[in-house]
Write a protein that binds this ligand. Sequence first.
Ligand code: 5GP
Length: 188
Amino acid sequence: MVESRSKIFVIAGPSGVGKGTLVTELTKRSDAIWVSISATTRAPRPGEIDGVSYFFVSDEEFDRLVDSGQMLEWAIVHGSARYGTPRGPVEEAVASGKIAILEIDLAGARQVRQSAPEATQIFIAPPSSEELERRLRGRGTETPEQIERRLQTARVELEAEGEFDVVVVNDSVNRATDELLQIIGISR
Ligand code: 5GP
């Protein structure tokens, strides 16, 4: 089992693998965990709240954040909107003794290897690629065209597993959360 002293943990993996569920579960299990809120240029989905799910920003505002060096990383995801991690809040969280979790895409994870090499990079893998496809199709929040784009991204992302410090298979939310807590170094 890999254990780490680092304070920043990147959680990446293919679309639909359940990263969001695992991150939510982690926050329920420990008060020491702080989850970065990304900025994005995509439109909010029904039920998403600005400043909670994401900071929903205009293209101009996103440009301003990037140009002024306020993004730890950013990427165009699924060939459409831009997503990025505001740097300041991550630094503040770590300074206050929290463990910072960044749930980001593969391109973003690669940038964090440069901008924050001390971060531990965790890859969330599906039990199988068939299971991943089933989950992606079953989510019901996207159009068939969007699903096809996500499947394509997922296929590329699955191949990146070897770049990561550690791989956690999301076969069961409880088991995978336990493993993540162990990796992060939080004993219950
Ligand atoms: P969604 O549009 O479904 O909310 O998110 C799509 C994907 O964007 C997520 O699976 C995640 O990998 C990626 N993402 C979310 N926030 C960020 C971010 O701050 N940076 C990067 N690089 N990717 C992000």
